[in-house]
Design a protein around this ligand. Structure first.
Ligand code: KIV
Length: 256
């Protein structure tokens, strides 16, 4: 609970740095610089090439989260609950308890607003820290077009954000939300918003590690590539390949 409070207290003070990672070695690096580390179900498309996150299973999330846990010491570790694992309060409680027990994460994230009201209520009642997710909802949305151009849509997102806060979530991810709406939602809440494609009006930001380091070849408008790690890996693998073929590697020092 201490780590959750720390995140909430950052609102209006300092930006919350978050990253979505899937394994120990990247988690270890993220942990040095981030306040919050998410094991995102985006791993379905980023790692497994699934058409949507709908195909991600609870066990896949648990195994990746167990790996991530090994790399996290100080940041808040949040795990995404995959599609169809929180369709009703009973199912949600059973699956969330399993995830928390097996992965030792400190919080979970769920996508949606009023439709999962009863689920959030039960989890919060059981002292489980819940992170919300509004805007584009990859688990259920048919289109990934950014949200907030139409007035009905704007009012719905604002209303749902207020509802999530009232239900007791400690923070909300805003995914692909129009700039002025992200500002309005952020200003209307006492809990922090974490944006991805939702402008710098949010209390924090989140990106997927593979996108940020330039490992994922897919380019999205809201991603800034801070390095081109794919090029570095290519260089290394190419050198390795040349040296094996020319018998330059392994040398005596690499042998027993
Ligand atoms: O699955 C994920 O990685 C996410 C973040 C992008 C917010 O939900």
């Amino acid at each position: 609970m201490k780590k959750i409070k720390k995140i909430i207290l950052k609102k209006n003070k300092s930006k919350i740095v978050s990253l979505s990672v899937y394994s120990k070695n990247t988690a270890r690096i993220a942990d040095k610089f981030c306040d919050l580390v998410l094991v995102g179900d985006s791993l379905g498309s980023v790692l497994y090439n699934y058409k949507s996150t709908k195909e991600v299973t609870l066990n896949t999330m648990i195994e990746h989260s167990k790996s991530v846990r090994q790399g996290i010491k100080k940041s808040l570790m949040v795990v995404d609950m995959p599609y169809n694992t929180y369709r009703n309060p009973k199912e949600a409680l059973k699956n969330v308890k399993k995830v928390m027990l097996k992965t030792k994460c400190e919080a979970i994230k769920l996508e949606g607003g009023s439709k999962i009201k009863a689920v959030i209520r039960v989890l919060v009642k059981n002292n489980i820290p819940v992170m919300g997710h509004l805007g584009v909802l990859p688990q259920t949305d048919k289109s990934f077009k950014f949200k907030g151009t139409k007035n009905v849509e704007r009012l719905k997102i604002l209303k749902e954000a207020k509802l999530l806060e009232k239900l007791g979530v400690f923070s909300i991810v805003l995914e692909c939300v129009e700039t002025s709406l992200a500002k309005l939602v952020t200003k209307s809440l006492n809990i922090p918003t974490i944006g991805i494609g939702a402008s710098n009006n949010c209390d924090g930001q989140i990106l997927v590690i593979d996108d940020l380091i330039g490992l994922n070849p897919i380019s999205l408008r809201f991603v800034k590539k801070y390095s081109n790690i794919a090029k570095e890996i290519s260089k290394a693998v190419s050198n390795y390949s040349k040296e094996v073929r020319t018998k330059k590697f392994p040398q005596k020092k690499h042998s027993y």
